[in-house]
Design a protein around this ligand. Structure first.
Ligand code: AMP
Ligand code: GLY
Length: 428
């Protein structure tokens, strides 16, 4: 099978890496890709938001599967254009991708499907905003209704800050604050059958200790030793399947990846948000643990044959990814700085640690330069979280990028808790 991946971030690098290891993949292309993806896939240039151009490229390449990575092309209808050409595509239609593209639409679907989520108001006027902020009180949660690359949400104790963000949004969703740890759970679906992947946890704030502004995600780990073993089954039954059923009932079936961002509150699991594509950086750790070949799984979702796929196989070990971001991210990042140490990671830590590229580019001399906010996603596997985490941070330490930042506490608490449990178990 010839596969074309659309996108050019660390998520697409992780997808391409897994696809390149799948013996059923005879040729792998990525458009537009980045400097790291070029090592595992042939790059093509395309405007990822132009459905006609993506469909034409897929037809030219003879692709038997197109995988659309990011949300913007999905919301723009790129999957529809490829599907209209008769080419199997992993990714929802524009209609179904509104689950991510509009938070108000997602709330409407959840209400209809009986999916547990934060109580909320959709507001457009100053009066509505003030009434909603008053109704919930602090901490305030204010969300831009539309796509905002993970940066449209403000959670604050400060009513003036909440109000200013709401007024700047145009249409905004103001909702109840959800307490408790967050979990990202992905599911592959063909619009009818739903196959959950293993849960992961993302670190959304820029700085250690969950301080600083929200970002697209600064690191992730999987599995979650602290989570209830029933969590995946529960979320399948109460969130994922009802949502997929509701979208099918509406005549806009969702096929592709349904991402549930969840809060595990004292009153039970609540949906924080849906996304219509693989999460970044959680994909890096989930795919690092998936043993089932990826192309067949995605192809089954794209062709409505997921029910026939055997149970997924997973490694028992753990995976951790640490994002290296540019100076000033999530503000306007500084770009064009040289990245050193990539070869050292490959030589000294590979293959259990590896560097997935997000915002990188190659200059004429072949040097790899920073080209975006999140630059690299350093990923490692190990027998447990502590082993994977130590290996990931060893690799991070070999990389230099002037002015860059990364969190030092990715998976720290979960690894320490798991070690303590294991020691207590050994002594009992
Ligand atoms: P979202 O883009 O909706 O996932 O929001 C980004 C981040 O904001 C989430 O990962 C949470 O950390 C935080 N957040 C969003 N909604 C809520 C909520 N209702 N209560 C508490 N935190 C939230
Ligand atoms: N890691 C959060 C996201 O992909 O939206």
């Amino acid at each position: 099978m010839k596969v074309l991946v659309i996108g050019g971030g660390a998520r697409e690098h992780a997808l391409c890496r897994s696809l390149s290891l799948d013996p059923d993949v005879t040729a792998l292309y990525c458009a537009p890709g980045n400097a790291g993806i070029a090592e595992v896939a042939e790059l093509r240039s395309v405007d990822a938001l132009d459905g006609a151009a993506v469909a034409a490229l897929a037809a030219d390449l003879g692709a038997g599967l197109v995988v659309v990575g990011p949300e913007a092309p999905l919301v723009a209808g790129v999957a529809d254009a490829v599907r209209a050409r008769g080419i199997p595509v992993f990714g929802p239609s524009a209609q179904a991708a509104r689950l991510e593209g509009s938070k108000a639409f997602a709330k409407d679907v959840m209400a209809a499907a009986g999916v547990p989520t934060a109580r909320s108001y959709v507001c457009t006027t100053a009066e509505e905003i003030d009434a909603a902020l008053d109704a919930f009180g602090a901490p305030y949660v204010v969300k831009d209704d539309g796509l905002a690359a993970g940066k449209g949400v403000v959670v604050t104790e400060d009513a003036a800050v909440a109000r200013a963000h709401a007024l700047a949004c145009g249409q905004t969703v103001i909702e109840e604050f959800l307490d408790g740890p967050e979990v990202s759970l992905f599911a592959i679906t063909d619009g009818e059958s739903v196959v959950p992947l293993q849960p992961a946890q993302d670190f959304k704030r820029a700085l250690d200790g969950d301080a600083g502004p929200n970002t697209g995600g600064m690191g992730a780990y999987s599995p979650l030793p602290w989570a209830d073993p029933q969590l995946v089954d529960e979320v399948l039954a109460t969130v994922l399947q009802p949502t997929v059923d509701e979208l099918r009932r509406r005549g806009t079936p969702f096929s592709g990846l349904l991402y549930a961002g969840l809060a595990i509150t004292s009153r039970g699991v609540r949906v924080i948000e849906f996304n219509a594509r693989f999460g970044d950086p959680e994909t890096q750790v989930v795919l690092a643990r998936l043993k089932t070949p990826l192309a067949g799984l995605l192809h089954a979702a794209a062709t409505g044959t997921l029910a026939a796929v055997p149970p997924l196989r997973w490694s028992d070990g753990a995976a951790v990814t640490v994002v290296i971001a540019s100076h000033n991210y999530p503000g306007t990042p500084r770009t064009g700085d040289p990245i050193e140490g990539l070869a050292a990671v490959a030589e000294q830590d590979g293959p259990k640690a590896y560097v997935l590229h997000a915002g990188t580019a190659q200059d004429a001399s072949g040097a790899v330069l920073s080209a975006g906010g999140r630059v690299l996603s350093v990923t490692a596997t190990g027998a447990d979280l502590t082993a994977a985490r130590d290996r990931a941070y060893r690799a991070v330490g070999r990389i230099s990028l002037d002015g860059s930042q990364h969190r030092t506490d990715i998976a720290r608490q979960a690894a320490a808790d798991a070690d303590r449990e294991a020691n207590a178990g050994a002594q009992a």
